[in-house]
Write a protein that binds this ligand. Structure first.
Ligand code: AMP
Length: 301
């Protein structure tokens, strides 16, 4: 099978109570692709970078078997950059700046032989770009969409048009409340299911994640970590692990999506342990399996 992932590729500035990092490799497509690459072999990334994007990052992504044929490089432009500062509790963050750079004129072009990708992950980017992707792909088996509060705020109409066309919507609790105007997450979930997708996954940070469909409700806790250094990319990493597992198994049943939620949570738990992508740079199968089993033990009674 194959997973097509579209999103941002970034050089971030990160500030958390544990330190700072400049020019940190980031972006939704980056975290999603790295995460998915631990579970499936055929990861295809579509995005854009500027001439300042270090070759070592391209080499690393390629070494993880991520196909970068869809990554455009504009030599005289600057790579998208996001600056974020986390509060003491790490649950909230302020965006310090967003410099679009080459992203400003980005229109994703899906290579012809990728248009029939079975699994598609619309990583967090402007919803009108997500629509451009949907218009180019042919009969995917499953489309998963991630988003962020910014688009609910400024591009709600376009976002609703995307949501209508996807199978799985992934967002966090704050975004679910914003989008539906319901404080209660069950009500919010039901409302989102009426907006188009047959499955909704709500991430609740340190409180885990919930999957809802018409007839299913599945909840898992977060992996019990004592120390997290940088939550950036945890949501994207979750989405990448989720779709990576579905692509590996080719099984889009809700029962299998429960396992996908666990894999997403396992990868996200590694992501937050280090800055940028460092926590997921080089994981072994054993490290992933060990945390997967911990989730099973934690949730059995
Ligand atoms: P997350 O922590 O999962 O929300 O994802 C963080 C990543 O999202 C960072 O690496 C940023 O570069 C990227 N990001 C932040 N704002 C945007 C945006 N407006 N569009 C696309 N990607 C973004």
């Amino acid at each position: 099978m194959s997973v097509l992932i579209v999103g941002s590729v970034a050089l971030d500035y990160l500030e958390t109570p544990f330190g700072k990092m400049e020019q940190a490799l980031g972006g939704s497509a980056t975290f999603c692709s790295i995460s998915a690459s631990y579970l499936t072999e055929n990861v295809r990334a579509v995005g854009i970078v500027g001439g300042d994007f270090p070759q070592k990052h391209v080499d690393y992504l390629t070494s993880r078997n991520i196909d970068l044929k869809g990554l455009v490089r504009i030599e005289d432009g600057k790579t998208f950059s996001w600056g974020g500062r986390y509060h003491e509790d790490m649950n909230t963050r302020d965006t310090l700046y967003t410099e679009l750079g080459v992203f400003e004129d980005f229109h994703p072009v899906i290579p012809d032989d990728w248009k029939q990708s079975e699994f598609v992950l619309l990583g967090n980017i402007h919803p009108s770009l997500q629509i451009e992707v949907l218009d180019q792909i042919e009969e995917p088996k499953l489309v998963v969409c991630d988003t962020m509060n910014l688009w609910i705020d400024i591009s709600l109409k376009e976002l609703k048009a995307v949501i209508k066309r996807v199978n799985v919507l992934i967002l966090n609790d704050e975004e679910a409340r914003m989008l539906t105007k319901h404080n209660n997450l069950i009500e919010a979930g039901k409302k989102m299911l009426r907006m188009g997708p047959s499955v909704v996954v709500i991430k609740k940070g340190e409180h885990g994640a919930v999957l809802m469909s018409k007839d299913n409700y599945f909840a898992i806790p977060a992996y019990p970590l004592e120390e997290l250094k940088d939550p950036t990319g945890a949501g994207d990493t979750f989405a990448g692990g989720f779709i990576g597992w579905l692509d590996r198994t080719g099984d889009v049943s809700v029962a299998n999506m429960r396992k996908a939620v666990v894999y997403g949570s396992v990868l996200a738990s590694h992501c937050v342990e280090e800055f940028s992508i460092e926590g997921i740079r080089d994981l072994s199968e054993e490290q992933i399996a060990e945390r997967f089993n911990t989730f099973r033990t934690m949730s059995t009674f």
